[in-house]
Design a protein around this ligand. Structure first.
Ligand code: ZN
Length: 262
């Protein structure tokens, strides 16, 4: 039950190994319940050593998670100046609240710099003996290109070969959000998601493929025909094992040929 976030395959294997708890059989369900209560207590009364590691200065700095709060007033002034500069009247009715709205929008769209990785993962990392490829496909993402501060968006496809740990599948889209809600280039975004998963899970291999359409080229009339872009990152076994890499790529291609891309 507690592993409902995983694919049925993972579940089967985990149950086969006897649910991971090391209490003896005499206590049965009662004993199991006690173990779970203790687990809950640990979560309520303090952070685990793993959480502390994710919140260490070094970790936060390496993944650019230590940015200060957004300065809304400065954004509002800047937006007002932009409105003047393009010949608009910031005091006309339709624009009166625009600086405030834009500041709020940037705070949200760039929130990936200020997320707490331990909360994002939220105790959804488990020790499970399972070494087949885990795939999460078609994760929708939205980001801002750092060259024009205009949106780019598309889908991320993520796979990993578990090493020490597995992660609840619902957490992978949140990790994608954490890195996409920033000023990005698609190549770095792809690398950061892969690197983070490799480190946090101790994965034997991580693969990330992302497709994206970039408003900065679509809306500006440059390269309208070539605005779609695909990037990939292959780490560990995905880098060294060509067959494994091909298996993942084919999986992604099969899935995306069934529906039209953005
Ligand atoms: Zn751009």
């Amino acid at each position: 039950m507690k592993q409902s976030g995983f694919s049925p395959k993972t579940n089967g294997k985990a149950n086969g190994n006897g649910n991971g708890h090391e209490h003896d059989s005499r206590g049965g369900a009662k004993n199991g319940a006690e173990v779970r209560e203790r687990d809950v207590e640990v979560l309520v009364h303090g952070e685990t050593p793993f959480d502390a590691e994710l919140r260490s200065d070094d970790f936060l700095r390496r993944y650019e998670l230590d940015f200060p709060e957004v300065d809304r007033d400065t954004i509002m002034n800047a937006v007002k100046n932009i409105l003047y500069a393009v010949g608009e009247d910031p005091d006309r009715e339709g624009l009166l609240s625009t600086p405030k709205r834009v500041a709020g929008a940037y705070e949200e769209l760039l929130s990936g710099y200020r997320m707490d990785p331990a909360s994002v993962i939220n105790n959804a990392i488990f020790d499970v003996e399972y070494d087949d490829m885990v795939i999460v496909r078609d994760i929708e993402y939205f980001s801002l290109c750092e060259h024009h501060m205009l949106p780019f968006m598309g889908h991320a496809h993520v796979a990993y070969i578990p090493g020490e740990k597995v992660i609840g599948l619902s957490k992978i889209p949140r990790i994608v959000d954490m890195f996409s809600r920033r000023l990005q280039v698609q190549e770095r975004l792809t690398q950061q998601i892969a690197g983070f998963l490799e480190e946090v899970l101790g994965a034997k291999g991580v693969a990330v493929i992302m497709d994206g359409v970039h408003m900065c080229s679509m809306m500006r009339g440059v390269g309208k025909l070539h605005s779609g872009m695909s990037t990939s990152a292959f780490l560990g076994e995905f880098k060294t094992d060509k067959t494994l890499r091909q298996e993942f790529i084919q999986h992604v291609e099969r899935a995306s040929s069934k529906k039209s891309l953005l």
